[in-house]
Design a protein around this ligand. Structure first.
Ligand code: AMP
Length: 299
C-alpha cells in the first residue's frame, strides 16, 4: 500500500489507473478507523477485485481510502483540534484490508490560502445535523466533491450511520452530474447496539454505558411504528426522547421522525421513515438513526 500525501500525486495515480482501464473504488473518511469504516473498505475491495479483461496489460482495480479531518466542516466551537487522529494505526488497518492507496492530504494542500469555492445542497443541508451544525454539510459537500475530482472513483462508499450525509451525497451527485456510483452501507454496531464511531473513543466507561440509550431509544421508536402501528410522529419522538433523558449523562440535541427521502417532518409517520437522534454523552456528541417502513402508510 502506498501512502499518498499530495493532491497532484493522487491525481496522477487515478489518471494512470483510469487510462489503463482499471476501476477505482473509494472510501472517504476522517480516520481513527474502526470496523464500521472497514466494512465499507471490504465492500470496496469486493467491487475492485478483478482486472478489466478487455484492456491489454491492465493491472488490478484499485481501492483508495482517504483520511482527512476536514477543517471546513467543523464549527469554531467544535472538536476539530481534538478529533481522534491515529494515522499509523489507520495505515496498518488499511494494509490488512488490502487497500492500494491511503490518501491523506495536508489541510493546506486541500484548502490553500485564498480558497473560496464551496458546494451547498440547499434545504436538505439546513435541517437536523445542519440546523445544529451550521456550515457542516457545506464543508462535507465541498471536501467530498474535491476528493471526487482528485480520486475520480467509479464507486464511492458511505455509511447509513450518517443518514443525512448519505442523502445529501446522492442529491449532490445527481444535481452536479458527477460520474460516480454511490453505495450506502448499513450501520455497524457493537454487541450492545452502540453504533461504531471514531468519537466513541472519547467516552469514559460510564459514558460508554450511557451511550447505549441512543440505540435503545431508536429501537423503541422503530417498534412503535413497525409493530404497534403508532401514526403520530410526535408521540414517537416523545417516547424516544424520554428514554434518552432518563440517562443522567445524556443531553438530547434533537430527536426527529422524518421522511427518509425529503427529511420533512409530517405529523403522520411517513411511509419510509428515518428516526434520527443526536445527543451529548458527557462532552461527546453522538448521532445515530434507524430506517423504518411504516406498514400503515405504504410509500
Ligand atoms: P467518518 O470518518 O466518521 O467521516 O466516516 C467515514 C464513513 O464511514 C462515512 O461514510 C460514515 O457514514 C461511515 N461510517 C462511520 N461509522 C460507521 C458505522 N458504524 N457503520 C457503517 N459506516 C460507518
Amino acid at each position: 500500500m502506498d501512502v499518498v500525501r499530495r493532491v497532484h500525486q493522487m491525481r496522477e495515480i487515478s489518471r494512470e489507473a483510469r487510462g489503463t482501464g482499471r476501476k477505482i473504488a473509494f472510501v472517504p473518511t476522517m480516520g481513527a478507523l474502526h470496523d464500521g469504516h472497514l466494512s465499507l473498505v471490504r465492500e470496496a475491495r469486493q467491487f475492485a477485485k478483478a482486472p478489466l479483461k478487455h484492456k491489454a496489460g491492465a493491472k488490478g482495480d484499485i481501492v483508495v481510502v482517504s483520511v482527512f479531518v476536514n477543517p471546513t466542516q467543523f464549527g469554531p466551537t467544535e472538536d476539530f483540534e481534538t478529533y481522534p487522529r491515529d494515522i499509523a494505526t489507520d495505515a496498518d488497518l488499511c494494509i490488512q484490508e488490502g487497500v492500494d492507496y491511503l490518501f491523506c492530504p495536508e489541510p493546506e494542500g486541500m484548502f490553500p490560502e485564498g480558497y473560496r469555492t464551496f458546494v451547498d445542497v440547499e434545504g436538505l443541508g439546513s435541517v437536523l445535523e445542519g440546523a445544529s451544525r451550521p456550515g457542516f454539510f457545506r464543508g462535507v459537500c465541498t471536501v467530498v466533491s474535491k476528493l471526487f475530482h482528485i480520486v475520480r472513483p467509479h464507486r464511492a462508499y458511505f455509511g447509513q450511520k450518517d443518514a443525512q450525509q448519505a442523502l445529501i451525497m446522492r442529491r449532490m451527485v445527481r444535481d452536479l452530474n458527477l460520474d460516480v456510483d454511490l453505495v450506502i452501507a448499513p450501520t455497524l454496531r457493537h454487541d450492545d447496539g452502540v453504533a461504531m464511531s471514531s468519537r466513541n473513543a472519547r467516552l469514559n466507561p460510564a459514558e460508554r454505558v450511557a451511550a447505549t440509550a441512543l440505540y435503545r431509544a431508536l429501537d423503541r421508536g422503530r417498534s412503535m411504528i413497525a409493530a404497534e402501528g403508532v401514526q403520530e410522529s410526535q408521540r414517537v419522538e416523545s417516547v424516544v426522547r424520554e428514554i434518552l433523558v432518563a440517562e443522567e449523562r445524556v443531553r438530547v440535541d434533537y430527536v426527529a421522525v422524518a421522511d427518509a427521502e425529503t427529511l420533512e417532518r409530517p405529523s403522520r409517520v411517513p411511509g419510509e421513515c428515518l428516526i434520527a437522534v443526536a445527543a451529548w454523552v458527557g462532552e461527546t456528541r453522538l448521532i445515530d438513526n434507524v430506517m423504518v417502513k411504516n406498514p400503515e402508510n405504504p410509500a
